[in-house]
Design a protein around this ligand. Structure first.
Ligand SMILES: Cc1ncc(COP(=O)(O)O)c(C=O)c1O
Length: 429
């Protein structure tokens, strides 16, 4: 006899997206490359999967800092200094490394203060509801990260009215805000870099609209942290040149290759987040060894070595984007280290990922619901430690793919931005 728990699991397995995924797994076990197990890694972004060594184009460690000896040594030193975990919520106590890491993060970004969460998802689920009351509204870009949506759900449960506006569409943002009137304040939530397409938001226009409609910007810059603009401070600094009327959310787990997320803003706003974010009060912190590693990463971000890492990354992005454009592929993004090649139907997208894997290149096949139905993409993450050989080889493999499958053809090879828009100011030695 089935237990109520097993019966429940059966019912849940027959619902909506869960059913869709289970069907795909059952029907296409040979092409579906979800839940890939990486058996081993080697320098130069090699991974072993299914017993074969392939080049990994699916890593968010854009600057290769996961492999940096000083970062690795700092992590080990952190274990010796603090143990593996301090085992308490920050509402009770913090290790000194946490306080130092937050001060140094804020100093690097140029904000008054910063507060760290164990992940960006928890930052969005903690900070968004903390910033609104039932007199306020939250509006989010329709393609903002799922954790923004989760944060909105939590806010909604406490009486905050929430809505979405069309992707990267300032006019629709204005329409949406007008329709929600009357309200006291509007939180306008969006991504600094869209993680599935590498596209950037029209931040200046959004900022202007926020100022006209009693609003402020809440920018999840998880994929901009460390790789956009001067010293890698991210999309907001690069585009606006200030942080006024903005809350920036950043990642410590992607380009920074540590663990966690953060919110950065004025001291007053950060204090409110510390007092009102439930995950900070009822949950645990980033484990201290990762704080030691983060301090080593911040040293690198502020040093001349960063300029070299960024130059290598930018050159790799440029080389890949130019190669892929020459093939006439439809590219989304192309300005940052996430570049997506449009494929279209779900089936073809999955087959295309497998095709590249068979030729020695792992990229992520992204299909609905992460992207709209019928708009599947190959998501390619370029890293500074990819070799020329790997970049050219991937372009070659894409050329072969294009001969084998009916991929959408770019109308004109006009870049949506000249890659990369990432400006680096040389830091004196
Ligand atoms: C824009 C954005 N926000 C949040 C997240 C989630 O980050 P985390 O893994 O730290 O929860 C991601 C992950 O890729 C992301 O792209």
């Amino acid at each position: 006899m089935k237990t109520p728990l097993e019966e429940q699991a059966h019912v849940l397995g027959e619902m909506g997206l869960t059913r869709f995924f289970r069907r795909m797994m059952a029907e296409k076990p040979d092409v579906l490359m979800k839940n890939v197990t990486v058996e081993a890694v080697r320098p130069g972004r090699w991974i072993r999967v299914e017993g074969r060594w392939v080049r990994n184009f699916g890593s968010d460690s854009f600057l290769g800092l996961d492999q940096h000896p000083r970062v690795q040594e700092a992590l080990v030193r952190g274990v010796r200094q603090w143990g593996t975990h301090n085992g308490t919520s920050r509402a009770f106590s913090s290790v000194a490394a946490n306080v130092e890491a937050e001060q140094r993060l804020a100093a690097w970004l140029g904000t008054e203060a910063a507060v760290m969460y164990p992940s960006v998802s928890l930052a969005n689920m903690g900070a968004l509801p903390a910033l609104a009351t039932r007199h306020d509204v939250i509006v989010a870009d329709q393609y903002a990260h799922n954790s923004i949506e989760e944060g909105m759900r939590l806010a909604k449960a406490r009486g905050v009215r929430c809505a979405k506006f069309a992707h990267n569409d300032p006019q629709d943002l204005e329409r949406t805000l007008r329709a929600l009137r009357p309200y006291r304040r509007a939180v306008i939530a969006l991504d600094g870099v869209y993680s599935m397409s590498g596209q950037l938001p029209p931040l200046r226009q959004f900022q202007h609209i926020a100022s006209l409609h009693d609003g402020f910007l809440y920018v999840d810059d998880a994929h901009g942290t460390g790789v956009i603009g001067e010293q890698g401070r991210g999309t907001v600094w690069e585009t606006l040149g200030h942080y006024e009327n903005v809350v920036v959310i950043g990642s410590l787990s992607k380009a920074l290759s540590c663990l966690g997320g953060f919110a950065a803003a004025s001291r007053k706003v950060v204090e409110i987040l510390q007092l009102r974010s439930q995950p900070l009060i009822f949950g645990g912190p980033v484990p201290p060894p990762y704080l030691s590693a983060l301090l080593a990463v911040l040293d690198i971000l502020m040093s001349p070595e960063y300029v070299q890492l960024r130059a290598a990354l930018d050159a790799n992005v440029r080389c890949f984007v130019e190669g892929a454009r020459r093939l006439g592929l439809v590219l989304l993004g192309g300005c940052v280290p996430i570049v997506s090649v449009l494929v279209g139907p779900e089936d073809t997208t999955l087959q295309a990922g497998r095709f590249l894997f068979e030729r020695g290149y792992y990229v992520q096949s992204v299909v609905f619901p992460a992207v709209p139905h019928g708009a599947g993409v190959l998501r390619i993450q370029i890293n500074s430690n990819h070799t020329d050989d790997a970049i050219h080889g991937l372009v070659e493999a894409l050329a072969e793919l294009k001969r084998a499958y009916p991929l959408p053809e770019a109308e004109a090879n006009v870049p949506s931005c000249s890659p990369p828009v990432l400006s680096v100011t040389a830091i004196p030695a």
